[in-house]
Design a protein around this ligand. Sequence first.
Ligand SMILES: C[S@@+](CC[C@H](N)C(=O)[O-])C[C@H]1O[C@@H](n2cnc3c(N)ncnc32)[C@H](O)[C@@H]1O
Length: 218
Amino acid sequence: MKSVFDGVFRSGRKLFTMNMIRGYREYTRSTVSEGGKVYREWDPGKSKPAAAIMKGIKKFPLSRGSKVLYLGAASGATCSFFSDIIGEDGVIYAVEISERSVRDLNNTSEARGNIVPILADARKPEEYEWVEPVDIVFQDVASDDQAQILVRNAVKFLKKGGYAMIAIKSRSIDVTKPPREVYKDQLEIMEKKMKVLEKVELDPFEKDHLFVIMQMRT
Ligand SMILES: C[S@@+](CC[C@H](N)C(=O)[O-])C[C@H]1O[C@@H](n2cnc3c(N)ncnc32)[C@H](O)[C@@H]1O
């Protein structure tokens, strides 16, 4: 098992996180035991940050103890891998608009211990303004105003020097435009407030998605 980023490992063509919760087997196809530790396979076909890592991003901002605001958590699949990476000292504030998904997210949260589920609309950060300042804002909501949602939340919650990450889904924004035109428009909105550090297209893991890592302009 080779370490590629803090808490992220690679073995052959597969990515893994170290299982923080003994016996936890959700959202993974396989586990590997090595040196007394158990690693959960993190499928890049099912999780966009894993796809971005497989596509060669140079820096992945999560680390042990990170505080994360996660927008568009669904049932908590990717959250569960973030949860392994940040460990017991970190926390994920996981915002999700669908009541049905939040029911599953509650189960993920109970099993993991470092995920706080929030039933809310990420367009309205005032609904969860009690959330503390965070090191990372991650956004995967697949709506037509993705860039605006990220900027609004980053301005409100990101600590100085913190990172914002987004997976832009071009077809949710404008199906009639070529993906690269959509990415350009979304980047323009975000670059008013943030500096782009890295961007990578997620094909073939996720068709027509761009993953972007940014920091606030100072
Ligand atoms: C692509 S899925 C997220 C998958 C998840 N990030 C993962 O990798 O496990 C997008 C999620 O965003 C949620 N969503 C869409 N609009 C939202 C909004 N305005 N606020 C919060 N969540 C939203 C959807 O209900 C859906 O669960």
